[in-house]
Design a protein around this ligand. Sequence first.
Ligand SMILES: [Zn+2]
Length: 109
Amino acid sequence: MSISLPDPIDLGYRTWSVEYDKGVQDDEYGELVPLRGMILIMPGMDATTVVVTVLHELLHAMFHNSSTPLTTKQEETAVTQLAHGLTELISRNPEFMEWVDTQLREDTE
Ligand SMILES: [Zn+2]
C-alpha cells in the first residue's frame, strides 16, 4: 500500500499536483511534468523515500525555467544531495521547522 501524498504545492509559476504513476521508471522514483503541472511518484516506496522524491522533484521545479549553468547531470547531483539534506533537516529538527513556519507567518500577517 502506498502512503498518502501531499495536497497540491504552490511553487514558482504554478501549482504542482502530486500523484502516483506506475509509468515512472525504476531508476528515477519520481518525475516532474512541467507542461501538466504534475509530480509523478513511483508507487510502493516507503514514506521517507516518497518525501525525498517529492522534495527532489520540487527542487527540479525550482531549476526549471531558470538560467542555471548546471548540466543535466550536475543538476541531478545537486538536486539529489539537497533533497536528502532537506529531508534530514526537516525530520531531525521539528522545533526548527516550527520556528521557520512561525517567523514566516509573522511577516505575512
Ligand atoms: Zn532528478
